[in-house]
Ligand binder design. Structure first.
Ligand code: ACO
Length: 331
């Protein structure tokens, strides 16, 4: 049987920084408020001419180089994004495949908001274990600044841009295999975080729509409570089902939405400080890109070593959620 292994990681962060102090000149807020309520100090913003696909390409090039594979070896590309280059088509995954020069790939986007990377992981794992694909490039890429309303202080303080990518490859060595991936959804919570306009649900007359129609809206406080509950429950389940204790986890890598959410979940799971990976202060919430960007951070700082067990955990608009237990398995 073929197993799926997490072979390499890469990320890209745009140059421009938007600090809390910058935001305080745009809306009624302060560095102190944002820091206390979210733990975020700054976020990166893509240039006007820099698309989600461009950031995805840069992250993917790094992951590909670190995998030791050639472009021709990649047979599938999945891009998780809620800020695609184009509203309906072509998909950002196909744009990325063209920019990377990948010829023989299945390429498509998935929309699962901040859980997108974990959903992509589950798709890669399933395709590899079924024998249909051998090397899958999964990308989380977001230009959230393109769908953020910078006059809404309840949301604009949270989000940033960036991309992360990983190569998932077939292996016959079970010790290298992704142990488990959980994914779930509950559409009853769909109104907590949404872009209410711009789709067929609102487009009675496309001409009537405002240019701001794709902006995100969020019920922050309710989202916060559901997030803590969902993230904690999902981790307890995946650990129990796989007979793994939390102290066996070397790196707990939750979706980077808000420091207070991460702290509440970490405490509920009795995670030690050194187990919890935190990047929210410097990147803010980059939705589907947040987890691979965080993995790349510990990789580049030398903290992530071969064989170490990672526990990923995310929730996002939809509502969607997911978790994954993964040994880092570079060649
Ligand atoms: N600056 C100053 N004051 C503010 C700001 C701001 N940026 N935003 C809100 N406030 C005010 C409110 O108006 C309110 O004032 P009032 O008491 O006079 O009415 C007060 O602060 C408290 O507002 P709350 O909304 O209750 O603040 P809360 O502590 O919940 O923090 C926050 C808000 C940071 C948005 C928090 O709810 C949160 O992080 N929620 C989770 C959001 C999240 O993770 N979303 C991502 C989902 S993932 C995805 O799919 C993209």
């Amino acid at each position: 049987m073929a197993y799926a292994s997490f072979r390499s990681i890469g990320a890209y962060v745009p140059k421009k920084i938007l600090s809390n102090k910058d935001l305080a000149t745009m809306v009624d807020t302060s560095d102190d408020w944002i820091t206390k309520r979210t733990g975020i100090k700054e976020r990166h913003i893509a240039a006007k001419e820099e698309f989600t696909s461009d950031m995805g390409v840069k992250a993917a090039e790094l992951a590909l180089e670190r995998s030791g594979l050639a472009k021709e070896d990649i047979d599938m590309l999945v891009c998780a994004t809620i800020s695609p280059d184009y509203f309906c088509m072509p998909s950002t995954a196909t744009v990325i495949s063209a920019k990377l020069g990948l010829k023989n790939v299945t390429a498509f986007d998935i929309s699962a908001a901040c859980t997108g990377f974990i959903y992509s992981l589950s798709i890669a794992k399933a395709f590899i274990e079924s024998g249909m694909k051998k090397n899958v490039l999964i990308i989380g890429a977001e230009k959230l600044s393109a769908i953020t309303d910078y006059s809404d202080r309840g949301t604009c303080i949270l989000f940033g841009d960036g991309a992360g990518a990983a190569v998932i490859s077939a292996t016959d060595n079970k010790a290298e295999a992704i142990i488990d991936v959980h994914t779930g959804a509950d559409g009853e919570y769909g109104d907590l975080l949404m872009t209410p306009n711009g789709g067929s649900g609102s487009a009675h007359d496309a001409l009537e729509q405002e240019s701001s129609s794709c902006f995100m809206q969020m019920k922050g406080n309710e989202t916060f409570k559901v997030a803590v509950r969902t993230l904690t429950k999902d981790v307890v389940e995946i650990l129990e089902e796989n007979g793994i204790q939390s102290d066996a986890i070397k790196h707990f890598i939750p979706h980077q939405a808000n420091y207070r959410i991460i702290k509440a979940v970490g405490d509920a799971l009795k995670m030690k400080e050194e187990q919890v990976v935190l990047t929210v202060a410097k990147y803010g919430n980059t939705s589907g890109a947040s987890i691979p960007m965080a993995i790349n951070d510990i990789y580049e700082s030398g903290r992530l070593q071969k064989g170490e067990l990672m526990l990923l955990d995310a929730f996002g608009g939809g509502l969607t959620w997911g978790s994954a237990l993964i040994p880092f398995s570079p060649k």
